[in-house]
Design a protein around this ligand. Structure first.
Ligand SMILES: *[C@@H]1O[C@H](CO)[C@@H](O)[C@H](O)[C@H]1NC(C)=O
Ligand SMILES: *[C@@H]1O[C@H](CO)[C@@H](O)[C@H](O)[C@H]1NC(C)=O
Ligand SMILES: *[C@@H]1O[C@H](CO)[C@@H](O)[C@H](O)[C@H]1NC(C)=O
Ligand SMILES: *[C@@H]1O[C@H](CO)[C@@H](O)[C@H](O)[C@H]1NC(C)=O
Ligand SMILES: *[C@@H]1O[C@H](CO)[C@@H](O)[C@H](O)[C@H]1NC(C)=O
Ligand SMILES: *[C@@H]1O[C@H](CO)[C@@H](O)[C@H](O)[C@H]1NC(C)=O
Ligand SMILES: *[C@@H]1O[C@H](CO)[C@@H](O)[C@H](O)[C@H]1NC(C)=O
Ligand SMILES: *[C@@H]1O[C@H](CO)[C@@H](O)[C@H](O)[C@H]1NC(C)=O
Ligand SMILES: *[C@@H]1O[C@H](CO)[C@@H](O)[C@H](O)[C@H]1NC(C)=O
Length: 311
């Protein structure tokens, strides 16, 4: 019985290439472990799921009698089952806020009665997160302090839904040329950036809607920067794009005030000049009328004189 089980595990390990997953420190990873749901439903006994990693003796997370247990303090707050109900054929787990020590060969064991399944995943966490900037697809966005913004990130929904692997959505910000910080792993907001974490969220909690856009509310000038959206599908990048956000700071009102001041001054000047001009014209008009009256008078006199002479 045990021999056949060991043989079965050995065969499973051999027949599948072990997925190699490379992730960045601070990011997140979903370790896939799907099992045959109908076979599990048909089997007697209770469902046991257990996740272990090669160089740690205790199991990291396990399900037994319908309850979830965790036993490795380093990982416990950061590891969880993806499916809320583990009888759905999905025993995948997600690890967030990855650190370098999370690297290792992970094993997922699913057992119920005669049914047994073993899956391996090799995870490597890279030390410093420095992904290349995506230059082909940069969206430029300009906003004012206090406004909200949606940073776009769309991916192929049908490509995300298919196959075994899960989708991991990751948003990060690059503030200096060589420093990038993870903001969101899936729907989990990383708390490492306390000024920003309460103000950011994904527009959708659902992994497979094809919309991984992120919302930032109450923008501050410090939010300016280059944002990167990465959608992982297992070991591969499904989609990646960059959004350059420019938050126009407290200068904006000052500029507005200045232009208002200039506008008012100009308007006053124009009115004054117009008044002066009108006044001058009026003055000239009066003089002209007087002259005309005068000349008319002269003409009158002349006419009178002529009339007088004629007579
Ligand atoms: C799942 O298990 C059922 C019942 O044992 C079997 O008929 C079916 O072929 C299995 N499916 C896969 C994909 O292995
Ligand atoms: C899990 O789902 C199954 C069927 O979908 C249901 O019978 C069971 O009560 C659920 N368990 C929990 C803990 O929600
Ligand atoms: C486990 O082993 C990997 C290398 O396989 C190593 O990078 C990692 O730091 C180890 N983790 C612990 C907790 O010792
Ligand atoms: C796991 O990944 C590490 C680092 O990339 C590599 O050295 C190791 O050989 C891999 N192990 C397996 C079993 O694939
Ligand atoms: C660029 O990114 C936007 C936003 O995610 C996306 O809608 C668009 O399809 C991308 N374009 C290309 C050429 O990848
Ligand atoms: C994603 O959803 C938001 C909010 O519903 C919407 O404004 C945006 O246009 C959508 N983006 C894509 C790429 O579908
Ligand atoms: C989306 O993915 C599906 C399945 O992989 C593929 O058939 C389709 O061409 C893709 N669509 C786009 C717009 O890339
Ligand atoms: C960025 O690079 C510069 C010089 O290459 C280095 O001095 C600095 O410490 C680096 N910053 C980070 C956050 O790695
Ligand atoms: C996620 O979206 C897909 C497709 O829109 C839908 O079929 C699925 O039920 C949704 N899942 C959740 C948990 O809302």
């Amino acid at each position: 019985m045990y021999l056949s089980l060991i043989f079965f595990c050995f065969m499973t390990a051999l027949s599948h290439n072990i997925p190699q997953m490379e992730r960045n420190a601070g990011g997140c990873v979903t370790l896939p472990c799907k099992y045959n749901r109908s076979a599990v439903e048909g089997a007697d006994g209770t469902l046991d799921i257990e996740w272990t990693v090669k160089n740690v003796t205790d199991p990291l997370i396990w399900l037994s009698g319908g309850k979830v247990f965790k036993n490795v303090p380093r990982l416990s707050p950061r590891i969880s089952f993806v499916a809320h109900n583990s009888t759905t054929g999905d025993a995948s787990v997600r690890i967030i806020s990855l650190i370098r020590e999370d690297s290792g060969l992970y094993h997922c064991k699913v057992r119920k009665g005669a049914y047994s399944n073993l899956i391996h995943v090799n995870v490597t966490v890279l030390d410093m997160f420095d992904p290349a900037v995506v230059v082909e697809n940069i969206t430029e966005i300009q906003k004012n302090v206090g406004e909200s913004v949606i940073l776009p990130c769309g991916y192929n929904q049908s490509a995300a839904e298919g196959a075994e692997e899960n989708v991991d959505i990751e948003w990060s910000i690059r503030k200096q040329t060589n420093f990038t910080e993870t903001l969101i792993c899936q729907s989990t907001v990383c708390k490492r950036n306390p000024g920003m974490s309460p103000r950011i969220s994904l527009v959708s909690d659902n992994d497979t809607t094809g919309n991984a856009s992120m919302t930032i509310v109450s923008l501050a000038t410090a939010d300016s920067g280059l944002y990167l959206c990465t959608v992982w599908k297992g070991c591969h990048i499904l989609h990646q794009n960059t959004v350059n956000v420019m938050v126009l700071g407290g200068k904006a009102p000052a500029v507005a005030l200045l232009s208002l001041y200039v506008f008012i001054t100009l308007a006053v000047c124009i009115v004054l000049i117009t008044l002066l001009f009108l006044g001058y014209c009026h003055f000239r008009k009066i003089r002209k009328t007087n002259c005309m009256k005068l000349s008319y008078g002269v003409n009158d006199t002349k006419q009178l004189l002529q009339l007088y002479e004629d007579n």
